[in-house]
Design a protein around this ligand. Structure first.
Ligand code: SF4
Ligand code: SF4
Length: 365
């Protein structure tokens, strides 16, 4: 695919210039990526070097299965850090049937060549139908294609919630028995598959995971669901910009209301942020312009495995929420303001106690 626009043999700087990416923007991208990976600024030159170094870029085979191709859309529409250009220029995307210009026999040959050569990063977008004949490409079941390409991959990235755990196409009643990549490939691939949940995938997270691989030649540390801990280790609720309203018991009760205009908490409108681990409030979407809650929509929890069934209906209130300071107790919305006030009081008291101890121990603080 790269050869089609004549960039395959240029070095990275030329390629980026050709794509309209200035050197300064490239370094800014490296800085953002270092931040995403939790690395200090000292790593910026190393990231730049890791990316620039490769005349031999890792080949990528991007397979599309049962989905609306929203993750490919997210990739090609990203403008900062110009992820589409950077990913396409950092990597040699040998095959992505949605965005490549060629079709038919020609692309099938490209695909088979990649398979023969091996050592590619395998990106899978979409759920995998596990019933014969329910999802086929070029006469083959998607499940068989996944099993054919997995063994020769150096890493497998399941992008978007359809690929990770089935997502929307696996929602009840799921007539084609769609599953996520890990469930289809099985335990033999544990540690080799990175699940990048969310609908669609967050492109900055995808790029950061790839850069992390280029830099350290290993995949990031994963949680029990195979998601990078760095990005999926915190609750949306704990980083939400409306959290102060939640703590104070200020809620939107109705769309179109004054409370909504004031940006109050969306818990009572069905927000699943208190049960969803994802980086949305920190990294956001659309070049960090916004995310669901900022745009006024309650989180529907698309970063969580099984969210389509677990969190339906999306506008129904979660039955209870845990509050720091009240271990093992779940609060209903009506009691939250009160509980949060008490929790804050406990926090203040604990702080005061800590201060007293410090004063006693050291004489003067
Ligand atoms: S319930 Fe939703 S809107 Fe409210 S603070 Fe939590 S994540 Fe934010
Ligand atoms: S805020 Fe919630 S619904 Fe929106 S993308 Fe993140 S996890 Fe999905």
């Amino acid at each position: 695919m790269r050869k089609e626009h004549g960039l395959a043999t240029r070095d990275l700087v030329d390629r980026l210039r050709y794509s309209g990416v200035r050197r300064r923007d490239f370094l800014k991208f490296c800085g953002v990526t270092a931040g995403l990976l939790g690395l200090s600024e000292a790593y910026i030159p190393r990231i730049a070097q890791a990316i620039e170094k490769g005349t031999k870029r890792p080949p990528v085979v991007w397979l599309n299965f049962a989905s609306d191709t929203g993750c490919t859309e997210a990739l090609i529409k990203a403008t900062y850090p110009n992820a589409a250009d950077l990913v396409l220029d950092i990597l040699s995307v040998d095959y992505n049937e949605t965005i490549m210009a060629a079709a038919g026999q020609q692309v099938e040959e490209v695909l088979q060549k990649s398979l023969k050569e091996g050592n590619y990063i395998l990106v899978i977008e979409g759920g995998i139908p596990t019933k014969h004949g329910y999802g086929m490409i070029a006469g083959k079941d998607m499940m068989d294609i996944a099993k054919e390409f997995a063994p020769k991959a150096i890493a497998i990235l399941a992008v978007g919630s359809c690929a990770t755990h089935g997502g929307v196409p696996a929602a009840n009643p799921n007539p084609s028995a769609i599953k996520g990549v890990s469930a289809v490939l099985g335990d033999a691939y544990k540690g080799k598959i990175v699940n990048l949940d969310l609908c669609p995938v967050n492109v900055e997270v995808l790029v950061a995971v790839i850069v992390n691989y280029l830099l350290f030649k290993k995949l990031p540390e994963l949680d029990v669901y195979g998601r990078p801990k760095t990005f999926y280790g915190q609750l949306i609720h704990d980083n939400c910009e409306r959290r102060a309203h939640f703590d104070a018991g200020r809620f939107v009760e109705k769309f179109g209301s004054e409370e909504e205009a004031l940006g109050y908490c969306l818990y009572k409108m069905g927000c699943k942020g208190p049960m969803t681990y994802a980086p949305c409030p920190k990294i956001m979407y659309n070049d960090r312009i916004s995310w669901c809650v900022k745009a006024g929509a309650p989180c529907i929890g698309c970063g969580e495995p099984g969210w389509t069934d677990k969190f339906a209906g999306f506008y129904e209130r979660l039955p209870g929420v845990s509050i720091p300071g009240f271990k093992g107790v779940e609060f209903t919305a009506d009691k939250i303001g009160l509980a949060a006030g008490a929790a804050a009081a406990i926090g203040i008291a604990a702080h005061a106690l800590g201060s007293t101890k410090r004063i006693k121990k050291g004489g003067e603080e």
